[in-house]
Design a protein around this ligand. Structure first.
Ligand SMILES: [Zn+2]
Length: 267
C-alpha cells in the first residue's frame, strides 16, 4: 500500500506485482496497474475528476478549517502538524464535499483523502460530511461518499473527534428516514472510526478491489486479543464473500455503476 500516494518520478513500482510502470500509463488508466489491476492511491481531486462529470463539481463549506482546541502534542504540536499537512496536500483538512453530476444525475458527493493525516476524521471532516448529509436530505438528492481513511478517528482531537461518529450517524439516520439513497464507496484503506460510522452505513456498500477494510488492524487485534486471523480477512473480496459489502466495482466502472444504481433506486 502506498503510504503517501504515488511517489514522484517517471516510473513507479507496483506494490502488488512489483512491475515497474510508466507513471503516465497508470494515470491514464485510472491509477490502476496495467499488469495486475492493483488500484493505486487516488487523491480527492483526481477522484472527483474520475467519478463526476467534467467541471460539474461545486465544492461546499470551504471556509471550515481545523483548530487545535486541546493543544494536543505528540511528537509535534497538532497545530503545527495541521499546517504541515495543509502545505503538503493543498487541502484544509481530509474531506472534500459538494454537489456534482454523475452521468447527468445530480448528487451530493463527499470524499476523504488518505494523504491528509491518513484521512482521519476530526471535527472538520465530521462536520463537512454531516452538512453534506443534511444538504442531501434538504435537496432530496442521492448521497455518494467515498472513503479512503486509514486513521479512523483523529486522536489529536480526542472526544471531539469521537463524537463525529455519532453526529454523522444521526444525520444519516434522518436522511434515511426521509427516503434518501446513500451509496458508500470503500477504497483502500477504510478503517477505524470511519469504518465504524458512515462508511458502513450505506444503503448500498461498494468497494474497490483489494481494499483494506476493517476496524482494528491485524497487528492491533493480535496485540490486544492474541487472535490469529485468516489471511486477507480485511479485504474487499473477503468481506463480499461474508456478506459485509454488496459489490466490488473496479475503479474504471464506478461512474457507470453508481449512475445505474441511482436510476434503479429512483424507479
Ligand atoms: Zn501491478
Amino acid at each position: 500500500m502506498a503510504k503517501r500516494g504515488v511517489p514522484e518520478g517517471l516510473w513507479i513500482r507496483c506494490p502488488q506485482c512489483k512491475a515497474t510502470i510508466f507513471r503516465k500509463e497508470a494515470e491514464s488508466r485510472f491509477n490502476i496497474c496495467p499488469e495486475c489491476d492493483h488500484h493505486f492511491y487516488l487523491p480527492a481531486q483526481a477522484r472527483i475528476k474520475q467519478l463526476l462529470d467534467e467541471e460539474s463539481f461545486e465544492e461546499w463549506f470551504t471556509d471550515l478549517r481545523p483548530r487545535d482546541p486541546l493543544e494536543f502534542q505528540d511528537r509535534i504540536l497538532y497545530g503545527q502538524r495541521l499546517k504541515a499537512e495543509q502545505a503538503k496536500t493543498g487541502m484544509s483538512d481530509a474531506a472534500v464535499v459538494g454537489k456534482g453530476f454523475i452521468r447527468g444525475r445530480p448528487v451530493v458527493f463527499g470524499v476523504t483523502d488518505f494523504a491528509f493525516m491518513a484521512g482521519s476524521m476530526g471535527s472538520v471532516v465530521g462536520e463537512k460530511l454531516t452538512l453534506a448529509a443534511e444538504a442531501a436530505t434538504r435537496l432530496m438528492l442521492p448521497l455518494i461518499l467515498v472513503s479512503g481513511s486509514g486513521g479512523g478517528a483523529r486522536m489529536q482531537e480526542g472526544i471531539l473527534s469521537l463524537m463525529q461518529m455519532a453526529k454523522i450517524s444521526a444525520a444519516l439516520g434522518r436522511y434515511h428516514q426521509a427516503g434518501g439513497l446513500y451509496v458508500s464507496i470503500l477504497t483502500n484503506p477504510t478503517m477505524g472510526g470511519v469504518a465504524a460510522s458512515f462508511a458502513l452505513q450505506g444503503d448500498l456498500t461498494l468497494a474497490e478491489p483489494g481494499a483494506l477494510i476493517g476496524f482494528a488492524g491485524k497487528r492491533t487485534i493480535w496485540e490486544t486479543l492474541r487472535l490469529e486471523l485468516p489471511e486477507g480477512f480485511q479485504t474487499s473480496e473477503f468481506l463480499l464473500k461474508h456478506g459485509f459489502i454488496d459489490r466490488i466495482v473496479p475503479r474504471k466502472d464506478l461512474r457507470t455503476e453508481v449512475a445505474r444504481i441511482i436510476d434503479y433506486c429512483e424507479q
